[in-house]
Design a protein around this ligand. Sequence first.
Ligand SMILES: [Zn+2]
Length: 533
Amino acid sequence: MKIYTFDTTLRDGTQGELVSFSVDDKLLIARQLDELGIDYIEGGWPGSNPKDKEFFRRAVDLKLGHAKVTAFGSTRLAKNPVQEDRNVRALVEANTPAISIFGKSWDLHVKRALGISNELNLTLISDTVCFLKQHGKEVIYDAEHFFDGYRANPDYALRTLEAAKTCGADVLCLCDTNGGTLPSRLSEIVQEVRRRFDGVIGIHPHNDSELAVANALAAVEAGATHVQGCLNGYGERTGNANLASVIANLELKMGHETIGPEKLTTLASACRFIAELANLPLPNAQPFVGRSAFAHKGGIHVSAVLKDSATYEHIKPETVGNRQRVLVSDLSGRGNVLVKLDQHGMAGRLDEKARAELLERIKQMEYEGYELEAAEGAFELLVREALNPGVHLFEVDSYEVSTRAGGAAGESHSEASVTLRAQDGVHSATATGHGPFDALHECLRKCLSKLYPEIAGVRLTDYKVRVLDSRKGTAAKVRVLIEWSDRHRSWSTAGVSDNVIAASWKALVDAIRLELMRLMERDGSVEPAAAVR
Ligand SMILES: [Zn+2]
């Protein structure tokens, strides 16, 4: 059955604590959601702020291929006739084909929040819906707090729906606004509403009990055909239903049609795109679309998944645009290493003995505190070194770094020096930098730039430090994980030490070594003859 998808990332999503979008961001996201095949894109509340007003003004030029841009607002205020209500007029002026309008279903809210009679609240709902229908709009009526209202006073909650339906509301959307309803109870109530009303029933569940996705699916099983949520589950407090998971479940597990199988293969990249614009990391463990959603670490899992991926994967990762990953770590069996070698196109190049040695080396490094599943570049370097025994492109003799701070502003000043041996002799360099690590990076670059000009393109994109044994306080070992990129790819390397500078230095040297090893093997632009043996 066709289930309509309604994404509210641009409205409810921005009510999440860390989520904020510029108007340009919102337009880019709207286009992305349209390309994904979402049916409705709720753009904001035009009556509430100038940013949302501007979004609707500019959204007209987006010329979306599929989705209906939707404006959001509340029923008219009790004191205003509907045609004079500023918010309702802003909704009409937003110039969207569809409007979602929320009204009160819970008598407690009518009494306490609005301070009006139950009858007057019904009039606010019907006046507003009728007015919007007269303006030719598709109206999605959001019954706020419907499930809590139903529990308190079922007759009244149903009468609020009746008020909207009588005026021609196209969708009656039931909201679990406080996110406290359990799926079994929610299902009973949706079934009751389904029995009483024709047309489209919708669901808008919040995730306060971590049940928003389950509630969305339960509502569909009970007869709802319109689901509201946000890709990545952003939203007020703990968020909305994660629409990505809802869509994947509806399509792959329940046989419904939402965005269709072809667009479904772009789901993971759409989620990453939105996370990027929200400037929030996409959680690795996010179901379906996260980096770890199909990552296998335990040796038994890996050997089974290689025989048949269904042994440890609930769906095929490609169906949602994700991929299987095999991790290497001290839990690894030989299978993990083989798969990783295969991914790097090197499986056939190491004999049995070299593979066994590599596995031992990996286990030793993990024991020391490296985390090779995160530092995939460090793994690749291990493999390349195993393939080229005795090749060392450069050897560091010594490095030194000092930081001085003083003066009223407490400004610090870092200076480093490095001495290393390369094929063309001994190089020394001194450099200053924004901090000790920056100064060291600059020294290394200076020492090697003549022999290997390619390394100028390697830049740091992320730097993380993790304390490995916090009980030792400031004497604890730390693991530094650094992400790098050149123009073609990105990779990460790690260093472990009780000295944060030494750990960073190790990650830096490994990153440069790896880049040079790759150039040596692939492009031939670094000659093996240039290696120091
Ligand atoms: Zn909401």
